[in-house]
Write a protein of this length. Structure first.
Lengths: 472, 519
């Protein structure tokens, strides 16, 4: 455990994190996340965070060491897409029992790894620690080491049992596992001056594929995406990239920063959501690559693509502006960066009446203020009951949020659109923005919203917040 | 040979063997003077074109794959809803065998029904003797409490007079003089099964209310607080009528279901064969004249019946097979208005649950295009519900729909922006629908079992809602009326949508990149 505690402390000390740097020494020691409040509703655990961060690596066997529940509840639940192998969607668990709890589960784990290698022969096995084996003292690092040596195959321990903290911490611990055991262990077949890493992008609903054609056109190669649609070999050889873009700063900042430290790979933070953010990201990638020695002309080519794509996107968005102008949006997001979505929605004339900042950094909040003005309605950590109240008072036309708040929205009679990981539409890039606006437009026009806001016709009173939307 | 006595192959396997394949191919080549495969393909493709559609819609005489049944079927349906009532069809026995098998295949229950078994001599000399013998035998063999007489074409063509025949039969002692034998003329060459339902319902009410064919005095109507409820010809009658009874009971409304066949076609397996079960009692049928009002769930099944009832002084209200939130709202409010009983909170809650379910899933249905065919009222009810979900009906077809139906559909479509691109096709058949599906494709087709040929031909996924449903079991046990029923229809539609998404993403390493657990 001491090893793990050190790791957790190290992650808490992340110098790349603005929030962390703003704290006093004493505060920093306490850790970067709020203590969980017993009895209050909470999000996912560190195990979940680690699993969702790495599960998108598609050719790896992801083995969860623990009782059936941990894998049972996280099996294939994210919609991160693969362009090739599907092994990552097969559920592997040691499914430990009472005997293991009494006598230790290490042998059980070792035999499970052996069977995976015999039956599937994947390029690597990732072993995820969970609460119960962590508490009984199963040393997964040693087991993985022994298995690696015995089978001549990377067996990577991901030591992030649920009890160490929340999901976000798990994301980072997963990043640490990559840094400690994977990145830099293999070499790419060849390199180019145009090789980049994309960090913190999970290819949910295939969003990476909305961006990739543009990079392809510019001749920019994604050496590794960590971790969306990735192969083990790509992650292992990602240290040869010339530059990196970090997509979701909260989740994997440690990877980006440490790769800069260790391998001198410069990175910038960008977003694929929204027309101007997408353009900025392309420019950012080009700029970093040129800074690392790629031919200067890349900048000009990038500008040409940006100009063309923006014009095309605006042309396709224009018809929606008419419908959407002045429609009010409430944004409750977790993983998706609020400010980038805010900017994107404002581009089509939507008015943002409030946005959640639960997972936003101080910088994020500054950006939101910049975009929305000082009276920005920022909503911090919120219980469903409060959210319900806000929704009823917000008098918004639609709420964009993750699946978990869907039901709160619906009960508060608020039109709702899923923009978190379980959504089925991809919203990245220029293409994705058009799709998002199309979906918002569709949702606003769905007759059920008129229906939910109307009381049963035999009931006289109109509830607070009951504002009719037009059917068309 | 592929067949041998040790191991006899069944039809699934037999003709797939190489011997048969080869033999059939040779037979075709050498003896069938085959048209070249390319020519067959060319014609097949041609039938998908707008040019062919025009010719198809130019058909004047021929009906191909009609989506309707005949009057006598509806007649038996209505008669079967009364207590210990034996539907007696005056005409040829083969027709009756059809009705029985039709209902049994749909409801998975036996259907009691007899005929007067008219033969050639009866056709020449009239069927009176068949009526006399038939009533006597039916009465003695099957011990009914009432015999409801309707007709087939055969009796109608020769013009048999049911009223006189029944009277004469009674005089000859076939059945006791005071035995109830209501009747209705139900020729198959007029209207459809919904017409037959209407005629028999009216016949039975007239019998009880207007003095039993002149044998007793006409009943003097003394209005009370009760209401009558008529479901109409409905494949979901088992689930629907039980649901209606539940709702009316929750509202505390005193009611009589006329032709309650919910138990008739849903008897338990407990060792006892029930030739008759449940049904509206004859006493209830007789007393229903005193009701304050009669509500019909299907306007086109009760045109004459409601006209008659309203002539007897009752309020009448007709609906078009309402499905979904707004449809059920209207129905319940009308019941509430007539009876003065409020709609209880428990029902308001059910309503909220349906709205909730629609909200949860609306994104998947929104903008999907549908073709619907079926009985006039059902198509109206379903179209209304689809638009409520944000779906777009595109083709609505009813073989037994007429001008008034077409008008009703147009009015309904005009009430929502989601109906803007939809057309009503009255009197058209499923071969017309085939052309529509090829030339103006939709995402889903809603119809009865016969839609499976269209599904195979055009690739349009079929959602089975209607009558008959022969190839899927037990859906008739679920209501599609009330908020609970709306939920069922919603789920059936969603199931098909999700099945289709899975089907189009389930080939390993080809399409399964989007084969997801969560939809």
């Amino acid at each position: 455990m001491s090893n793990l505690s050190n790791k957790v402390q190290e992650v808490f000390n992340e110098p790349g994190c603005g929030t962390n740097q703003g704290k006093s020494e004493k505060e920093r020691k306490k850790g970067c996340t709020k203590q969980l409040q017993p009895g209050a509703a909470a999000g996912g655990c560190a195990f979940d965070g680690a699993k969702i961060a790495l599960q998108p690596i598609t050719d790896v066997a992801h083995l969860v060491h623990g009782p059936t529940a941990c894998e049972g509840n996280s099996w294939d639940n994210r919609g991160s897409k693969s362009s090739g192998p599907h092994l990552y969607r097969t559920s592997f668990t040691t499914d430990i029992n009472e005997h293991d709890v009494v006598f230790g589960g290490e042998k059980h784990l070792y035999r499970s790894i052996k069977e995976i290698i015999e039956k599937y022969n994947p390029p690597a096995v990732f072993v995820y620690q969970t609460c119960v084996p962590a508490m009984i003292g199963d040393d997964i690092e040693s087991v993985c080491k022994a298995a690696s040596q015995k089978f001549g195959k990377p067996v990577i321990p991901v030591n992030s049992p649920g009890f160490v903290g929340p999901k976000n911490l798990g994301n980072k611990l997963a990043g640490e596992a990559m840094l400690d055991y994977v990145i830099g262990t293999e070499e790419p077949e060849f390199t180019t001056p145009y090789d980049i890493n994309i960090i913190g992008e999970y290819n949910l609903s295939g969003e990476l594929w909305q961006v990739k054609p543009l990079l392809d056109e510019l001749g920019i190669r994604i050496l590794a995406c960590i971790s969306g649609d990735a192969r083990y070999h790509q992650v292992a050889s990602s240290h040869r990239a010339r530059a990196a873009m970090m997509v979701c700063s909260k989740a994997m900042i440690n990877i980006a920063r440490k790769m800069e430290e260790r391998y001198s790979i410069p990175f910038f933070e960008g977003s694929f959501y929204g027309v101007s953010d997408m353009s900025e990201s392309l420019r950012g990638i080009a700029k970093l690559l040129v800074g690392r020695g790629a031919p200067e002309e890349l900048i000009g080519r990038t500008e040409a693509v940006v100009t063309r794509e923006e014009a095309r996107a605006w042309q396709r968005l224009a018809p929606y502006r008419e419908h959407l102008q002045g429609k009010r949006v409430l944004l409750i997001t977790g993983g998706v960066k609020s400010w980038s979505v805010v900017a994107a929605l404002q581009e089509v004339g939507l008015e943002i009446v409030g946005t959640s900042v639960k997972k936003s950094t101080k910088e994020d909040k500054e950006r939101i203020k910049e975009i929305m003005g000082d009276d920005a309605h920022m909503i911090d950590d919120m219980t469903p009951r409060e959210m319900y109240k806000v929704l009823k008072e917000a008098r918004a036309d639609i709420m964009l949020s993750g699946g978990r708040t869907q039901f709160v929205a619906l009960k508060a009679k608020m039109p709702w659109l899923d923009i978190n990981q379980e959504r089925h539409h991809a919203y990245a890039g220029y293409e994705g923005m058009v799709d998002l606006v199309h979906e918002i437009d569709k949702s606003l026009r769905n007759p059920v919203w008129e229906q939910v806001r109307r009381p049963a016709p035999w009931e006289q009173t109109v509830p607070a917040g009951g504002r009719a939307v037009r059917a068309a | 040979m592929s067949q041998n006595a040790e191991h006899v192959l069944d039809h699934f396997e037999l003709f797939r063997g190489p011997e048969y394949k080869e033999m059939l191919a040779k037979k075709r080549e050498q003896f069938e003077d085959p048209v070249p495969a390319t020519e067959v393909e060319r014609i097949r493709e041609w039938t998908k074109t707008p040019e062919y559609r025009e010719k198809n819609f130019g058909r004047e005489a021929l009906t191909i794959n009609p989506a309707k049944a005949c009057q006598p079927l509806g007649a038996v349906f209505a008669a079967a809803g009364f207590e210990r009532t034996l539907p007696f069809v005056h005409g040829s026995q083969g027709c009756v065998a059809y009705y029985r098998s039709h209902f049994s295949r749909h409801f998975k229950e036996p259907t009691s029904c007899v005929s007067s078994s008219m033969t050639e001599d009866a056709a020449v000399f009239g069927g009176q003797n068949n009526m006399i013998d038939g009533l006597a035998n039916a009465y003695n063999l099957y011990k009914p409490k009432m015999i409801s007489v309707s007709t087939t074409c055969m009796a109608e063509v020769i013009g048999d007079d049911l009223n006189a025949f029944i009277k004469n039969s009674k005089e000859k002692g076939s059945v006791p003089l005071d035995f109830d034998v209501p009747f209705a003329h139900t020729p198959a060459f007029v209207g459809s099964h919904v017409t037959g339902y209407d005629n028999v319902m009216k016949g039975i009410l007239e019998h009880f209310w207007d003095g039993k064919a002149g044998t007793v005095p006409k009943t003097e109507r003394v209005p009370n607080e009760s209401i009558n409820f008529i479901g109409g010809f409905d494949g979901y009658t088992v689930g629907n009528l039980r649901e209606v009874k539940r709702l009316l009971t929750l509202m505390g409304v005193e009611h009589t279901i006329l032709a309650d066949n919910s138990d008739t076609w849903d008897t338990p397996t407990d060792g006892e064969f029930r030739m008759y079960d449940g049904g509206t009692t004859l006493e209830e049928a007789a007393n229903s004249v005193h009701a304050k009002a009669t509500i019909s769930m299907q306007e086109f099944c009760t045109e004459k019946t409601l006209n008659y009832i309203s002539g007897r002084g009752q309020q009448v209200a007709a609906f078009n097979h309402p499905v979904g939130v707004a449809g059920t709202d209207k129905l319940l409010m009308e019941i509430s208005r007539i009876t003065g009983k409020p709609i209880p909170d428990s029902i308001t809650k059910e309503r909220g649950r349906l709205v909730d379910a629609i909200g949860d899933s609306s994104a998947h249905i929104h903008g999907k295009k549908f073709a619907i065919y079926g009985d006039p009222d059902l198509t109206l009810g379903l179209a209304g519900f689809l638009m409520e979900l944000g779906a777009e009906p595109v083709h609505i077809l009813s073989t037994n729909g007429g001008k008034l139906w077409e008008q009703r559909v147009k009015t309904l479509l005009a009430s929502s922006p989601f109906g803007a691109n939809c057309h009503a096709y009255a009197g058209k058949d499923l071969w017309h629908m085939r052309s529509l599906l090829f030339t103006e494709p939709v995402d889903f087709l809603i119809g009865n079992t016969y839609g499976k040929y269209l599904e195979r031909d055009t690739g349009t996924p079929l959602i089975r809602i209607g009558f008959p449903i022969f190839d899927r079991h037990h859906h008739h046990r679920y209501p599609i009326w009330g908020y609970q029923g709306g939920l069922n229809v919603l789920v059936w539609i969603l199931d098909k949508i999700f099945d289709e998404i899975d089907r189009s993403t389930n080939v390993p390493s080809k399409t399964d990149f989007s084969f997801d657990i969560i939809r």
